[in-house]
Design a protein around this ligand. Structure first.
Ligand code: FES
Length: 165
């Protein structure tokens, strides 16, 4: 009786072994696929350039007639002041030289102030008060061929070099 039962169980055992073999084959293929995906990802990262893309330091400030005489205009996106005085145009870096806060123009006081620790600057960038160690830097300013004012935020110039138009 038990011999008879063993012969009945043998096909089921063989069927079970085949399905286990198929399972391990599928697991192996999945592992290879995962490893290949990881390798491709690492290869892509290795081959792609490892650089930081920064915005251009050159700012197009537009036409001079956008800036009336005796005006101080801040562009918060590029952190520059464009200032129009009798002698011409100039631009200042609007970042405070103390700890890097964005300064603010106060027309009623005729000063540029820093909201962080109270430094004050004249409209020419000279330090008047507070902990800032240096004046606000003057930035290279010129006119392009289309008659627009251009500012290079990465180039500091000597103070009182006006763009005369
Ligand atoms: S960051 Fe401007 S005074 Fe400190």
């Amino acid at each position: 009786m038990s011999e008879n039962r063993m012969s009945e169980d043998q096909p089921r055992l063989a069927e079970h072994l085949i399905s286990r073999r198929k399972l391990f084959a599928k697991l192996g293929a999945a592992s290879l696929g995962l490893a290949a995906t990881g390798t491709l990802g690492l290869t892509y990262r290795f081959l792609s350039p490892n650089v930081l893309y920064e915005a251009s330091p050159i700012v197009n400030a537009g036409k001079p007639d956008s800036y009336p005489l005796d005006s101080v205009t801040i562009d918060v996106n590029s952190a520059i002041y464009l200032i129009h005085v009798q002698e011409g145009f100039f631009s200042l870096n609007a970042i405070c030289t103390h700890l890097g806060c964005m300064t603010v123009w106060k027309p009623d006081l005729d000063v540029i102030t820093c909201p962080c620790h109270g430094s004050q600057f004249s409209r020419e960038g000279q330090k008047l008060d507070g902990p800032a160690p240096k004046p606000l830097p003057w930035l290279k300013t010129w006119m392009n061929d289309d008659g627009e004012i251009m500012v290079d935020r990465s180039t500091v110039i000597k103070p009182f070099e006006f763009l005369r138009i």
